[in-house]
Design a protein around this ligand. Structure first.
Ligand SMILES: Cc1cc2nc3c(=O)[nH]c(=O)nc-3n(C[C@H](O)[C@H](O)[C@H](O)COP(=O)(O)OP(=O)(O)OC[C@H]3O[C@@H](n4cnc5c(N)ncnc54)[C@H](O)[C@@H]3O)c2cc1C
Length: 312
């Protein structure tokens, strides 16, 4: 990191970076949900490309593998993100439309989607097994918690099949009557699968994975993200993937407020911790009882992950 850039750098001859582990799965579909998939169409770069780009910034350093890994970890820890943009990957994905609607919000990617104006809609819709109907969570308006009873699940699955079949039949009838594809499609359900080519750089892919592998993300998109991460990025850029897991996914960030309470806890001063909690409006000012407060709950989760109890 400290070396100076040589005045007359010798330009080395280059070979295109190849990652044997990723080449082995190139084009092979990874199954997701009941009829979805992810396959890698092409890629550019590897862990070495990240290091190579960083060295342009920092000057030529040693090329030992363990030092490359160290540099990648340093870059990840310090949010030096541009070297990760030097790697690109192109996926072919097949995703239910409701899931795609969330996916497409990630703007830092290049997309071409299957056109149902131009072609007949893919004749496949995501189905839900009797045991897979999730109950609305009470504490989290965007989430689910637990599953419906099996009898109810069976009935919901039967009705889903009925609805999907009917919607498809009506769609096919419209097409037969000569109705334009762009209009005939309007009543197809959101469970209908779509396909797309999705090209993204590693920095933005990791951002996508950070948000969509998270437990707050919807189960369906989480399945895609987990497979992309654990099955594909792990093979493609193993050092970057390891650093991402260590410094993003499995790490925790503390706010100024949390740091103050944490400091009081580590100093064994629970009285001060409680006073701080009151001043942050996390606790009732008179009784010291916990108030309904999302920030306090998030902090308590972090404490629990470290094996610590809340001081109130
Ligand atoms: C659990 C969860 C729940 C969500 N709930 C909702 C919801 O209820 N309603 C809803 O509408 N969306 C929701 N979203 C979508 C969310 O708000 C983002 O649109 C989505 O996650 C894409 O993130 P992004 O913008 O960071 O990614 P990208 O679009 O890929 O952008 C990557 C980064 O580039 C930068 N960037 C991109 N475009 C711009 C720009 N125009 N200006 C400035 N900077 C830019 C930002 O730094 C951004 O973080 C939810 C997402 C998650 C993960």
């Amino acid at each position: 990191m400290q070396e100076e850039i040589t005045e007359n750098p010798v330009l080395e001859s280059l070979e295109r970076p190849k990652v044997a582990a990723l080449d082995e799965v190139l084009g092979k579909p990874f199954k997701v949900l009941d009829d979805g998939f992810i396959r890698v169409i092409d890629y550019m770069g590897s862990d070495e490309s990240i290091v190579q780009a960083a060295r342009v910034s920092y000057g030529k350093g040693t090329k030992k593998v363990h030092e490359d890994r160290g540099l990648i970890r340093y870059l990840m820890r310090h949010h030096h993100t541009t070297p990760f943009e030097m790697c690109e990957i192109k996926f072919h994905v097949r995703v239910p439309m409701d899931c795609w609607r969330q996916w497409i919000r990630h703007r830092m990617a290049n997309v071409n989607e299957y056109s149902t104006r131009y072609s007949v809609a893919i004749d496949s819709a995501q189905t839900t097994g009797a045991g897979e109907w999730r109950i609305q969570a009470s504490g989290n308006r965007q989430g689910s918690a637990g599953f419906a009873e099996s009898e109810e699940g069976k009935s919901l699955t039967e009705k889903e099949r009925y609805l999907q079949t009917l919607a498809r039949e009506v769609y096919d009838e419209r097409l037969k009557s000569g109705i334009a594809r762009e209009q005939a499609r309007k009543d197809l359900p959101l469970s209908t699968y779509t396909e797309a080519y999705w090209k993204v750089d590693l920095h933005n892919l990791l951002h996508f994975l950070y948000l969509r592998m998270d437990s707050h993300a919807q189960y369906e998109i989480r399945r895609y993200a987990e497979i992309m991460g654990h099955e594909i990025v792990a093979k493609w850029c193993p050092a970057a993937w390891e650093a991402f897991l260590d410094y993003r996914v499995n790490s925790s960030q503390f706010t100024r407020l949390e740091m103050e309470v944490l400091t009081a806890i580590t100093q064994g001063d629970s009285g001060k911790a409680v006073e701080l909690g009151k001043s942050f409006n996390w606790l009732n000012k008179d009784t010291g009882e916990p108030k309904k407060n999302r920030e306090r709950l998030e902090f308590e989760d972090k404490l629990s992950n470290m094996g610590l109890k809340a001081p109130w």
